[in-house]
Write a protein that binds this ligand. Structure first.
Ligand SMILES: Nc1ncnc2c1ncn2[C@@H]1O[C@@H]2COP(=O)(O)O[C@H]2[C@H]1O
Length: 898
């Protein structure tokens, strides 16, 4: 005889599930139901991820009681059920609390609530967390059944008693008409289960089934038909017909409660619960369709499965036009990084250009979250997109200074306050003027497109676009986006504010044509005739310099041994080790003379910004270069190495021991010369070239041909300017957006670099900038005794500036850096937290020097300890230094320190 009843019914069940599991939310999902073959479990798990990972999650959580967060979803019956987005915290808190098991009529619980309910017959213990993302608990409401039996007999009695046994809430109907009415009742309809007596010849069970299935909201209802045993025994097609009209299951009549109970239990587990899950997933898609984020979901083969309304708007396409098509069809930039990251279940964060239907391509900031719903490899990719340039949401906000501190020095207030710059009319006129010029910058094009969009959108959307355009009109789209500074931490606020406050400035780009990566010999002969005093390298100095490439190099010992001329000695050694003389086709004497002149232009009286700092930065640079070379990444060519060493040696030359802000406040000539913008770094770069070119004897560039000189010059200038702290977050953000920000990326970098980066001059520039930045502020990542000494030196220099400002009645750039009151420990904690930590993590992720992070973490805990112990002033620090020296902590091995 044909198939067994359960096989037949499960076939039918699959069929119906497929029909009902469209990814669209609508009150009649049937229209769209065949478009997407959604795998129910997969989608449910996927939906969990969406709820959790939506970048609007916070908003959703905050707004959970607002009307906006209630999304109507057609659920069981044609009553529209409210799906309330419950904050995960609340959701978790409700787990395990008991809900009344049989909440009967009147107080009907939402069948789609995301909280589990206690009357689950055999609720398996559900793990809420897989370590990374919480799971969604499938809803398990008490089941409500509509029992349609035309007369009472042993079978109907057994059905009713079985329902009772299983705590199934029953509504009875004695005719198909009244059954339909009950099912469609707004108050009590929309049952999970309908059991129909199919034994009576006179009733048309098929047409009842059809009518019920066409009732709104019946797509999740399980329909069961009780038939005579003989129907199965005869090879008759009536069972198939019943299944085809929408019954999920046909069961054989039985007067035995035990048989029927077990049938019903199976139905509950295998049919009703999955339907609940599908309904919940549907609700999530409904919510997703309305969120303001732009969301696209693909399957593992990167075929688009879903995009929400916002994505439709941005790409100018309807969901029907994209579903099933490869994501590549819509991306017209290199998506290999996205692929490689997400294939490895790592998130991708970057910018890609997307094709649109009619308009020009659009640059979108993409966050891609790979999700593994089944097994361990990616099954879905969730893409959250934002118009590039408006992704300040993802970046921390600028700290708000409590009070303005002097003209240029307070942190820019309310830089995110949005003002409409011009009225609509004005804006259009000026754009019209601009577009009549024979020039067009990409940003002008973007603005004019946005203005066009504004004409056809709602006033809310137009206001939002106004904000977007305001942002786009600002200079420096990557300007500092600073982590919020805790208001109770005034020392950190002061320091970070002073470091990061100043208008951004453009950095010279250093493009190199592909055939220029090898240094050609210059035409002029090297000048060996210069009368440079020979520097004798005393034995103890040369012994010390054997460790010139160790991260715990004794820089202060060198300062002492060389009577405060460490740069000449260390520089000569490092130039030699990196074969810079050959790279520049220039003799050692010229380089040594150059070092002497550069060192002599560092101010010996500065406690921090003196030539020992320059030597320290050069040494850190050399360590990084060596590490890159050791890893054979071919990131830095010989010119890169030489210019990096030169830039770091000269990066603070002629530093006056006062900050740029001080120079601006005091109308210093340098501030006048550089218009208050990037004053010190511009001066260091200019001084480097002025000194070098002023005398052939020290002109280390003299043997480079013109092109090579220009290239070297642009790299050096760019690197020196990159040490300007006001653009710290900009450089970091760009670096992280290309190379990621954690150690997990180390292997990716190794693998991708040789393939992807050598020709990519922009990326090369990011690495060079990051390299010098991480050298410039490497002091918190050095062994503790060096770290403390640098902190003491910078604090002293800050104090001297504050003393000076007070004496001259000038605005005080960092009022907290007053020698009488300042907590040096606090300043170091803030400096590490806000400036150093993220940067060093990202750099270690790229370069693979875990000691940087280990020392940094150790030093950080020590500063915390010092703070607790009340070690704050210079004298306290000096005392502490003595004990550190006695304990000789710096010579401890890292693992002993941890
Ligand atoms: N340990 C530190 N504590 C506080 N500020 C620091 C420390 N190290 C470096 N800095 C600051 O970071 C700045 C980096 O650029 P500069 O060398 O011009 O000036 C530096 C100091 O102002």
């Amino acid at each position: 005889m044909g198939c067994s009843p359960s096989i037949l019914s499960s076939l039918s069940n699959n069929h119906n599930n497929r029909k009902d599991s469209g990814l669209y939310c609508s009150n009649n999902s049937d229209t769209n139901s065949n478009k997407i073959d959604a795998h129910n479990e997969t989608n449910t798990a996927l939906a969990n991820q969406i709820l959790v990972q939506s970048s609007n999650k916070d908003v959703l959580e905050k707004d959970c009681v607002k009307k906006d967060s209630i999304v109507s979803v057609s659920g069981f019956g044609h009553i529209t059920h409210n799906f309330t987005i419950i904050p995960s915290s609340i959701r978790r808190a409700t787990i395990g609390t008991s809900a009344p098991s049989n909440s009967r009529l009147g107080h009907r619980k939402s069948s789609l609530a995301l909280t589990p309910e206690e009357d689950c017959p055999v609720e398996p213990t559900i793990k809420l967390h897989d370590g990374k993302y919480p799971y969604l608990i499938p809803p398990n409401p008490s089941v409500r059944a509509l029992i349609v039996f035309y007369k009472d007999d042993q079978v109907s009695d057994a059905v009713l008693r079985s329902c009772e046994r299983l705590n199934i809430e029953i509504t009875r109907a004695k005719s198909t008409d009244s059954a339909l009415e009950l099912f469609q009742s707004p108050l009590n309809g929309g049952h999970h289960l309908v059991i129909v007596d199919g034994r009576c010849k006179n009733t048309d069970v098929e047409s009842f089934g059809r009518s019920l299935r066409s009732s709104k909201g019946s797509q999740y209802t399980i329909m069961v038909c009780v038939v005579k045993k003989s129907v199965f025994e005869k090879d008759d097609t009536s069972i198939l017909s019943l299944l085809d009209v929408g019954y999920n299951r046909c069961i054989i009549e039985s007067p035995h409660v035990s048989i029927l109970s077990s049938e019903l239990r199976q139905i509950q587990h295998s049919l009703i619960r999955p339907q609940n899950v599908i309904a919940t997933q549907q609700a999530l898609y409904a919510a997703l369709h309305r969120v303001k984020d732009t969301v696209i979901i693909t399957d593992d083969a990167l075929r688009i499965q879903y995009m929400n309304k916002q994505a439709e708007r941005i790409l100018g396409m309807k969901i029907d036009e994209v579903v099933g098509r490869p994501l590549h069809d819509f991306i017209n930039s290199d998506a290999s990084v996205l692929l490689s990251q997400t294939n490895r279940l790592r998130e991708f964060d970057g910018t890609l250009s997307f094709t649109r239907k009619v308009q020009d391509p659009i640059l979108l900031h993409v966050r891609a979250y790979p999700v593994a719903c089944l097994g361990k490899s990616t099954t879905h990719l969730i893409l959250s997109l934002q118009a590039s340039g408006s992704h300040e949401m993802g970046l921390p906000s600028i700290p708000q200074a409590k009070e303005p501190r002097g003209s240029l020095h307070s942190i820019r207030r309310g830089s995110f306050d949005i003002r409409s710059i011009a009225s609509d009319g004005l804006r259009r006129t000026s754009l019209a003027k601009l577009s009549s010029l024979p020039l067009e910058a990409p940003i002008t094009k973007v603005l004019s497109l946005l203005t066009q969009v504004q004409e056809n959108c709602s006033s809310d959307e137009a206001r939002l676009l106004d904000r977007v355009m305001d942002f786009l009109k600002r200079e420096g789209l990557y300007s500092p986006q600073i982590k919020e500074i805790r208001p109770e931490d005034p020392v950190a606020t002061d320091l970070i504010g002073a470091l990061l406050t100043q208008g951004p400035t453009n950095v010279v780009s250093s493009r190199r044509s592909s055939n220029e990566s090898i240094i050609r010999s210059g035409s002029r002969q090297s000048s060996t005739s210069a009368s440079v005093p020979k520097i004798k390298m005393p034995t103890h100095v040369s012994e010390l310099l054997e460790c010139a490439l160790d991260w715990d190099f004794e820089i202060f010992r060198l300062e002492e041994l060389t009577e405060k001329h460490p740069l000449v000695y260390l520089g000569t050694e490092l130039f030699r080790r990196f074969d810079v003389y050959n790279t520049f086709n220039c003799d050692e004497t010229t380089f040594r003379s150059w070092l002497i002149v550069i060192e002599s232009h560092y101010h010996i009286v500065n406690t921090y910004h003196n030539s020992t700092h320059a030597a320290d930065v050069m040494q850190a640079t050399a360590c990084y270069l060596q590490q890159l070379a050791n890893r054979d990444l071919k990131i830095m060519d010989r010119l890169d190495e030489a210019t990096a060493l030169i830039a770091s040696a000269a990066h603070d030359v002629d530093h006056p021991g006062r900050s740029s802000a001080y120079l601006c406040n005091s109308d210093n000539q340098l501030a006048i010369l550089y218009n208050d913008v990037c004053v010190l770094e511009s001066h260091h770069a200019a001084t480097t070239f002025r000194l070098t070119l002023s005398d052939e004897k020290i002109n280390i560039f003299k043997n480079l041909d013109r092109d090579m000189y220009k290239l070297a010059r642009s790299i050096i200038i760019d690197m020196i300017l990159a040490t300007e702290m006001t653009r710290h977050f900009e450089h970091l953000a760009k670096f992280v957006s290309v190379f990621g920000n954690d150690a997990e990326n180390k292997d990716i970098v190794i693998k991708k670099y040789p393939l992807k980066l050598p020709n990519d001059e922009d990326n090369q520039m990011l690495i060079r900038r990051m390299l010098i930045k991480c050298s410039d502020v490497s002091n918190p990542t050095r062994p503790l005794k060096f770290c403390v000494e640098w902190a003491r030196r910078i604090a002293e220099e800050y104090f001297i500036q504050t003393d000076d400002e007070k004496r001259k009645g000038m605005p005080i750039v960092m009022p907290m850096f007053d020698r009488a009151t300042c907590s040096i420990s606090k300043s170091q904690i803030g400096f590490i937290e806000f400036i150093i930590q993220d940067m060093m993590n990202a750099w270690d992720g790229f370069i693979d020097m875990p000691e940087l992070v280990q020392y940094m973490q150790y030093n950080y805990t020590q500063w915390k300890l010092f703070e607790e112990q009340g070690i704050n002033t210079l004298n306290d620090i000096k005392r502490k230094q003595m004990s550190i020296t006695n304990a000789n902590l710096s010579s401890m091995k890292l693992d002993e320190m941890m």
